[in-house]
Design a protein around this ligand. Structure first.
Ligand SMILES: NC(=O)c1ccc[n+]([C@@H]2O[C@H](COP(=O)([O-])OP(=O)(O)OC[C@H]3O[C@@H](n4cnc5c(N)ncnc54)[C@H](OP(=O)(O)O)[C@@H]3O)[C@@H](O)[C@H]2O)c1
Length: 245
């Protein structure tokens, strides 16, 4: 675990699992900005430490970088020993994402280990992480768990069975947890990011890539680019409001 700190925080611990350069980093920054002590987790500790340093400096917050491999239950347990040693986890954001190719795969060519890996990162990792924080949240009668999904959480897409199955199952897990733990004061939400995260790219590029992959996608969706920071704002909104997803 590497610590980057510059001031004491008051709102408690926000653990952001799956922090890369896109959404994860923006979500971590948002919680740091709002006064949480933030634990950021992913596999690449060198990159995480740079993010922690940057966020701590810019937001004057305490940020801890902790290595985790969500596809390995032992790694999740060890990482959360570190997270829980910081204090009560008020917020868990599960954002780990195994990138997939823009190009659809023939189902016959999908290797079972690759399919299992997708489920392990999207869903089994979320299951393990939620199990680490829920006992504390139930004991205190409060806490928030946010899961991030995508368009594939709702619709099966030809050639994307790995992504869709992992994301569908994550959504099911979210609903089960929301219904089980809401009466105990724990807020669980699943947030679907229905677009592409990042700055807009030239239309021709988008058209070629998406038209190849999603031949039946309505044209209106082709320009749907979303900024990481705008999505982070919406996740924060979910701390207080049910999405109904
Ligand atoms: N990118 C998009 O256009 C897009 C669109 C719609 C929805 N979303 C959703 O937004 C969320 C975040 O996606 P993002 O693209 O913005 O990524 P991101 O937040 O920049 O990074 C996610 C990080 O997850 C980490 N990760 C992958 N496998 C892991 C594992 N086994 N254990 C621990 N961490 C792991 C990776 O870091 P390490 O390699 O260091 O582990 C990766 O950088 C996902 O739920 C995704 O479905 C993304």
């Amino acid at each position: 675990m590497r610590t980057m700190s510059s001031s004491t925080s008051s709102k408690g611990i926000a653990a952001i699992v799956g922090v890369g350069p896109k959404l994860g980093r923006s979500v971590a920054r948002k919680f740091a900005h709002e006064g949480y002590t933030v634990a950021i987790l992913a596999r690449d500790l060198g990159r995480l430490s740079r993010f922690a340093d940057e966020i701590a400096r810019e937001e004057k917050a305490q940020v801890f970088a902790i290595r985790i491999d969500c596809s390995d239950s032992r790694s999740v347990r060890e990482a959360f020993e570190g997270v829980l040693s910081l204090g009560f986890v008020e917020v868990l954001v599960y954002n780990a994402y195994q990138p997939v190719s823009w190009h659809p795969s023939n189902f016959a060519d999908v290797r079972v280990d690759s399919f299992e890996k997708s489920l392990a990162v999207s869903t089994v990792g979320a299951f393990h992480c939620a199990q680490q924080v829920l006992p504390g949240m139930v004991e205190r009668g409060r806490g928030t768990i946010l899961f991030t999904g995508c368009s594939a959480s709702l619709n099966g897409i030809a050639g994307f069975s790995e992504l869709c199955c992992g994301k569908f199952a994550l959504r099911a897990l979210s609903q089960c947890l929301a219904r089980e733990f809401q009466p105990m004061g724990v807020h669980v939400a699943h947030v679907i990011i229905d677009g592409v995260v990042g700055p807009p790219r030239p239309f021709r590029f988008i058209h070629i890539r998406l038209a190849d992959s999603f031949p039946r996608l309505p044209k209106v969706s082709l320009n749907s680019y979303l900024s990481e920071s705008a999505i982070a704002q919406k996740l924060e909104f979910n701390l207080f409001e049910d999405t109904g997803n």
